[in-house]
Write a protein that binds this ligand. Structure first.
Ligand SMILES: *Cc1c(COP(=O)(O)O)cnc(C)c1O
Length: 388
């Protein structure tokens, strides 16, 4: 280590104008953002307690309820990315000494585990391989063995491209055992059928930058009265002050009292992104994701590429495709980015090197993007000597 004090440069840093590349975003998020959402973000600020902002808050909550298919009063955007709404759900519902059951079939079940442990919970697991959904029989077995208080599952596992089919089968098991259900809907909300009330999900969270095609920063969360009663009757306060829902209730509930400064611009953005959902219609939007991703799937089949997930648990918003023998997955990803300004992602964890992950989310779920991607991928594969 040098004893010299650091020298400060006299000149201001020479940083040029912001000119990021013009990417087509077909990875695991963020997705392409609609110009209307970007315009909403350049709208002048009002104060976070301004009467006009209170109305905007109400509108965002109403639009979130529509998108989640719920009447839950406790439906809010949490300040932060999807991990913030995730930690708000887990950190408030799991009390010290509670047992939480989490899945092992993907990356985000592992994150659930970390968050539940930090909340003081004991964690137990229900196993399934990466690339497969949870089997309700295994979930039932885990409930009988461990009697968990809280059960978390990932509706749309972004790391594996697997959609958990038959959500009511899981919520039924949990409720027969008097447990609370937390659903990770980060890669499904606004893109893949999710019905919070009808499917009896107690708490669900999401993120704006996936199927809602909104920049990250304010993340959807909803809890039913049953879940909120547990949160409001905790013996010990939640360990995070920032994400304590009993305090956030003061701001998003009837009082509208200061807790922290809402990310006003992100709330504007989310409002516009959700308005686009409402204009399209939520079911029409689910249909569009299925139709466009279906075209992607057909095009991949024409290239003799194989989907990783079984058809019954195919996730239209995140398509996991097997890397064929003899092809370097990273070289294809780099080529798509460099030559085509096109972002797709590699596999993670147990599937690293085995799959590509192609997102088809929100505004990126368009026929134009899919045809562009298929053409670019065909060329990038040909450069690797791959022939369909
Ligand atoms: C992206 C994602 C998250 C985390 O969201 P961030 O916005 O990255 O914090 C959580 N769960 C799933 C399934 C995701 O895809």
């Amino acid at each position: 280590m040098s004893n010299h004090p650091p020298t400060l440069d006299e000149r201001p840093p020479d940083v040029g104008e912001l000119t990021p590349p013009d990417r087509t975003l077909m990875g695991p998020g963020p997705s392409d953002v609609h110009p209307r959402v970007l315009r909403a973000m350049s709208t002048p600020l009002v104060g976070h307690l301004d009467a006009s902002f209170v109305q905007i808050m109400d509108e965002v909550q109403e639009l979130l309820r529509y998108t989640f298919r719920t009447d839950n009063k406790w439906t809010i955007p949490v300040s932060g990315t999807g991990s913030a709404s995730m930690e708000a759900a887990i950190g408030n519902l799991v009390e010290p000494g509670d047992t939480m059951l989490v899945p092992t079939n993907g990356y985000f079940g592992g994150r659930m585990r970390s968050m539940a442990e930090r909340a003081g919970g004991d964690v137990v697991e229900v196993d399934a391989p990466w690339g497969e959904p949870l089997d309700p029989v295994e979930v039932e077995r885990a409930f009988d063995e461990h009697q968990p208080d809280v059960f978390g599952f990932v509706h749309a596992e972004t790391s594996t491209g697997v959609r958990q089919p038959d959500v009511p089968a899981l919520t039924d098991i949990a409720h027969e055992h008097d447990a609370y259900v937390i659903a990770d809907c980060v890669t499904s909300l606004g893109g893949v059928e999710m019905r919070v009330d009808e499917w009896d999900v107690d708490a669900a969270y999401s993120a704006p930058q996936k199927c809602l095609s909104c920049p990250p920063g304010a993340s959807p969360l909803t809890l039913n009265d049953r879940a909120m009663d547990k949160v409001l009757s905790r013996e010990e306060p939640a360990r995070s002050w920032y994400l304590d829902l009993s305090l956030l209730e003061g701001y998003w509930g009837d009082d509208r009292a200061y807790h922290h400064t809402a990310p006003i611009t992100n709330v504007y953005a989310l409002r516009e992104a959700l308005r686009l959902v409402a204009e399209e219609g939520i079911e029409e939007r689910w249909d569009r994701h299925r139709a466009v991703a279906g075209e992607l799937k057909a095009g991949l089949r024409d290239l003799d590429l194989e989907m990783n997930a079984a058809e019954e648990c195919w996730l239209p918003s995140l398509n996991a495709v097997r890397v064929p023998d003899g092809v370097d997955d990273g070289a294809v990803i780099d080529r798509l980015l460099e030559a085509y300004d096109l972002e797709v992602a590699s596999g993670l964890g147990d599937l690293e090197g085995d799959i590509w992950r192609i997102g088809c989310m929100g505004r990126s779920a368009s026929r134009k993007n899919v045809e562009y991607l298929l053409a670019a991928l065909e060329n990038a594969l040909a450069e690797q000597g791959y022939e369909a």
